[in-house]
Unconditional design. Structure first.
Length: 108
């Protein structure tokens, strides 16, 4: 499975996993969990909980409310949250994190 796209889903729980290729997931409410070992991971959630993990490549996550947790071992990590809690960690590469309110924790 190289490409996987899901969205929009409202309301429910979305869990997506791919070993390579492109993963795009969007959910307006509920829980979003996405994991990819390589390639590009793009996830977006307007509410609820967003958890995304990528071992390589590019990880972009955006959440307007709730909790956002992102982790990338290499490559580029971009995270944005307008409210709630934002936690981002990357072992190498570039880390960009932005939060308008709530708690922001970043580690690089």
């Amino acid at each position: 499975m190289s490409d996987l796209e899901a969205g929009p889903v409202n309301p429910s729980t979305l869990r997506a996993q791919t070993s390579s290729g492109t993963l795009r997931a969007q959910v307006s409410s509920g829980t979003l969990r996405a994991q990819t070992s390589s390639g590009t991971l793009g996830t977006q959630a307007s509410s609820g909980t967003l958890r995304a993990q990528s071992s390589s490549g590019t990880l972009r996550t955006q959440a307007s409310s709730g909790t956002l947790r992102t982790q990338a071992s290499s490559g580029t990590l971009r995270t944005q949250a307008s409210s709630g809690t934002l936690r981002a960690r990357t072992s190498s590469g570039t880390l960009r994190a932005q939060a308008s309110s709530g708690t922001l924790r970043t580690q690089a």
